[in-house]
Write a protein that binds this ligand. Sequence first.
Ligand code: HEC
Length: 139
Amino acid sequence: MKISLATVGFAVPLIAGLVLAFIGHPVVQAPPQPVTASAPAGSLSAAAAPPATSGFVLNSVSVELPTSDTAFPGGAKADAITANCLSCHSAGMVLTQPDLSKAAWTGIVEKMIHAYKAPVAETDVAAIVDYLQETKGAK
Ligand code: HEC
């Protein structure tokens, strides 16, 4: 079969048209609408007021976070726990936990180190567990 120029001239636009129809119509996005600040006509206080152009007002707030003065009792025995355990929570938080076995305290200290990434000196772990056992150990 001889393919004439007329056949090619007809077939190529037809195939291209079918491909374009298959791909679909390009989605034309609506241009962003300009944000207009509409102060009431004749209002002179608009410049001093906080910006409220899009229907909400930004206000400053101050938040007082709780602090704790509770220290671990026991003098020098508490040095290891004081040095390693107060960066994330208070001594009171630890001291109000239930009395636990030494194994349970060891597990909690390990959890602090491995799950919560507490930067605890490896050499302090035994002293911390001993302190917890002595102060909050299951009787
Ligand atoms: C990197 C921060 C961080 C450090 C440092 C840290 N902890 Fe924690 N601790 C946590 C987080 C987080 C929790 C979970 C708090 C919660 O569940 O509300 C937690 C919970 C606890 C609890 C509650 C019981 C439990 O199993 O969740 C105890 C007791 C405790 N920590 C003791 C310690 C001791 C002892 C040390 C020092 C070895 C220590 N923590 C150091 C982050 C820390």
